[in-house]
Design a protein around this ligand. Structure first.
Ligand code: CP3
Length: 353
């Protein structure tokens, strides 16, 4: 065991490694039969909050495929839940929350509860870090080579679910309220900014070696609001993390941000910019500093489809980024109906140069 640098961590810190490290958004869960088997045993929140189960689910994809990164099994809605907002995951419907739409609703949330309520998540991270840094290989992954990734939803995306009370295509009520009651909405974003930074720092203290901010719905906003509710919160969160944990890389994912991704990459201070499926990564790379790590961005449907088309497209993305720090990933999460063999084929393709 002469290699000490973990490939994913080294890349996130700015080193161009070849072939690039690879992991997949939403790799823990859904598409794996061993995850679906656990579903019968406990509801989603219980799975997130029981360290034995969360550790096991986090490692399931690594055991099969040996990705370079293990992303904590949890959810972006754990934060509002930990502050006291009611949350339920309803089969076939997704998350359902008691909406937060006024200052009075906000006053019932308590960020001081988060540390205690997320204690099991921190225990999960502690155990995972001991396992990824332990002497035993995890499936095909070599010992000491897997980077543990913590995460949170970014304030705007979490606010979307908190205000709407459920998933949506447009989050109309949330975006309307941002215009009609900016005092409330700014307060909500502010509360989420500080509590997200605290929670990510706690994840790092518990063992996360890198953290990712998921802003899945940022692309719904016009540029002025994107600056206010996406870029500025990400900048503040990154600043707080860097002030306490200067060596820990932050990955930002302003999904569907289009050309605003450039400003996000330049202004937030994140180490890595995760790009969605529609982004022309090569064109963006030319407009961004060479030190900014790029992550992405194979179409998840390509992996669902599989075959030579998937392999070709995956190689094209990988090869176009050769020479700069790049983390191979998808442009969004793995589709639940993806055949696991396609994922295995993808990982092998990326690693065959
Ligand atoms: O990457 C991973 O696999 C780690 C775990 C993880 C989950 N959710 C587990 C989960 C991560 C990183 C997330 C992030 C997340 N959660 C996002 C941002 C990323 C994205 O996909 O845009 C969002 C918007 C959510 C909110 C959420 N959680 C929704 C809309 C749903 C229901 C629909 C769905 O995706 O299944 C969830 C539930 C959820 N989170 C599941 C899993 C494995 C499915 C629940 C189940 O299996 O019973």
């Amino acid at each position: 065991m002469t290699e000490t640098r973990k490939p994913l961590l080294a890349t996130l810190l700015g080193e161009a490694t070849w072939p690039p490290p690879v992991w997949l958004m939403r790799q823990a869960g859904r598409f794996l039969p061993e995850f679906r088997a656990l579903r019968e045993k406990a509801d989603f929140l219980t799975r997130c909050m029981t360290p034995d189960m969360a550790v096991d689910i986090t490692l399931q994809p690594i055991r099969r495929f040996g990705m370079d990164g293990a992303i904590l099994f949890s959810d972006i809605l754990i934060l509002p839940w930990a502050m006291g907002q009611s949350l339920e995951f309803v089969a076939g419907r997704g998350p359902v929350l008691e909406p937060v739409r006024s200052m009075a609703d906000l006053a019932r949330l308590d960020p001081a509860r988060v540390a205690q309520a997320t204690q099991p998540v921190m225990e999960t991270l502690q155990r995972l870090r001991a396992i990824v840094d332990g002497p035993e290989p995890i499936g095909p992954a070599r010992p000491g080579q897997v980077t543990l990734i913590g995460f949170a939803g970014a304030p705007f995306t979490v606010a979307c679910y908190m205000v709407e009370g459920h998933g949506s295509r447009e989050f109309e009520e949330t975006r309307r309220l941002a215009y009609t009651d900016p005092e409330f909405f700014n307060r909500l974003i502010d509360l989420l900014t500080t509590s997200t930074a605290e929670m990510l720092c706690a994840q790092i203290a518990a063992g996360a070696e890198a953290v990712m901010l998921f802003d899945s719905w940022s692309g719904l906003l016009p540029p002025s609001q994107f600056r206010q509710h996406v870029i500025e919160p990400a900048r503040r969160i990154t600043e707080i993390i860097k002030s306490r944990h200067p060596g820990v890389p932050v990955i930002g994912f302003p999904r569907l941000g289009g050309i605003m991704a450039i400003e996000y990459g330049n202004r937030t201070g994140v180490n890595a910019l995760a790009l969605d499926t529609g982004a022309d990564m090569k064109a963006l790379a030319e407009k961004l500093p060479a030190t900014l790590v790029l992550q992405g961005n194979l179409d998840p449907i390509r992996v669902l489809a599989g075959g030579e088309g998937m392999r070709q497209e995956a190689r094209a993305i990988r090869d176009a980024m050769k020479g700069r720090p790049h983390v191979f990933n998808l442009g969004h999460g793995v589709i639940p109906t993806t055949p696991p063999e396609h994922v295995g084929d993808l990982i092998k393709t990326i690693r065959t140069v």
